[in-house]
Design a protein around this ligand. Structure first.
Ligand SMILES: Nc1nc2c(ncn2[C@@H]2O[C@H](COP(=O)(O)OP(=O)(O)O)[C@@H](O)[C@H]2O)c(=O)[nH]1
Ligand SMILES: [Mg+2]
Ligand SMILES: [Zn+2]
Length: 348
């Protein structure tokens, strides 16, 4: 019997089937690979009448949002699957961390590739999920001009991405957001306290998800949502609420990083040298853009940082890339020594 996983809880999951919601044991599909752990949003096949009931098969995924859990262990963690919209929630009540937004976007834009799709044929999924940035708690912004500047800040780091402002307190922007998520499955991501669960409750029209106490004045919030939950919205669409994420490490996100920084990639195409690394090369279009103020230096730094981080993560799992990095590093080392010698007037 087919079903969709709406909640996962240590070895068990809740599955919605044509015959109602049932609790199924995942013992049959317990994998070694963390990418193959049953996740909220998964489509599965369950025994129609076992006692207890078991998930028999985990079906290939169309899309998956994956992060790496910690840079030390470097394991991928699948947060939601078969999603159409990735909603990055940011509170307008706290200062934006633009690097974090870029990081979320890079992961979102990589949601249709990688091992998490469980495809043996190596094919990509059916197109990446669409990222959306939702700025929450708009009621806490004193005036429209400030709000518009804040929106521009985000638009500057999210080329081509829709940016919405909402307030669960006043209802502002909820109709537009509701229309956006009315098609397909959406996942709410973002820091704890961003207002995700409140937003889910607002769309549901009733309090289903637990919301944190309002006494939390710093806006950071505590960790309350402990299990992910898939909710069917009355206005159409399916919503997955997630607990707050402290860190989101990149995971197999090179294409995503390129897309998030598309203006840098475009500029790079105009550099005089095709292998320009935009540091000191003559005729560098990227450095020229920084010089004339059309590209922020923070943006280039962030791009470099995320590219490096992604390569490091990939290197840990991919021996080929690792050896490439090593060779690169050795060559650089040799070049560095040669330059040093040249300075000192030595010849090798
Ligand atoms: N002023 C205001 N506060 C909000 C809004 N949405 C959520 N909050 C508050 O923000 C805190 C965190 O909300 P919660 O939904 O638990 O955030 P989550 O951790 O992202 O799920 C709670 O105290 C909410 O009452 C809003 O639109 N305006
Ligand atoms: Mg929550
Ligand atoms: Zn360049």
């Amino acid at each position: 019997m087919p079903g969709r996983v709406v909640r996962v809880d240590r070895g068990q999951c809740d599955v919605v089937t044509p015959h109602g919601t049932l609790r199924a044991d995942t013992a049959f599909v317990v994998p070694r690979d963390p990418m193959r752990i049953v996740c909220t949003g998964d489509w599965v096949a369950v025994d129609p009448d076992g006692d207890p009931q078991f998930v028999r098969t985990l079906l290939p995924r169309r899309t998956a949002f994956v992060r790496s859990t910690s840079s030390q262990r470097s394991e991928g963690q699948v947060l939601a699957t078969n999603i159409d919209h990735i909603v990055i929630c940011l509170s307008l009540a706290v200062e934006f961390d633009l690097g974090r937004v870029e990081r979320f976007l890079a992961l979102a834009m990589s949601s249709s590739s990688g091992d998490a799709l469980l495809r043996d044929d190596g094919q990509a999924g059916g197109g990446a999920a669409e990222p959306i940035v939702v700025l929450t708690k708009a009621d806490l912004v004193p005036d429209a001009a400030t709000l518009s500047y804040l929106v521009q800040d985000i638009e500057g780091v999210a080329p081509g991405v829709q940016v919405l402002t909402v307030s669960s307190a006043t209802g502002e922007g909820i109709d537009i957001f509701s229309a956006v998520v009315s098609g397909g499955t959406s996942v709410l991501l973002g820091a704890s306290g961003a207002g995700k669960s409140t937003l889910a409750n607002t769309l549901l029209g009733r309090d289903v998800m637990e919301v944190q106490a309002a006494r939390d004045v710093d806006g950071k919030g505590r960790h309350t949502t402990t299990t992910r939950n898939l909710l069917v919205l009355p206005s159409g669409g399916v919503l997955i609420d997630t607990p707050g994420l402290r860190g989101v490490g990149l995971w197999d996100a090179e294409a995503g990083v390129g897309q998030v920084f598309s203006e840098i990639e475009e500029l790079a195409g105009q550099c005089r040298f095709h292998d320009c690394v935009h540091e000191t090369e003559p005729g560098c279009a990227v450095l020229a853009a920084i010089e004339e103020g059309s590209l922020h230096e923070r943006r280039l730094d962030s791009f470099r940082k995320l590219m490096r981080e992604n390569r490091r993560i990939v290197a840990k799992t991919d021996a080929r890339v690792r050896s490439e990095l090593l060779r690169d590093w050795k060559r650089k080392g040799a070049e560095g020594r040669a330059a040093m010698d040249a300075k000192r007037g030595r010849v090798r």
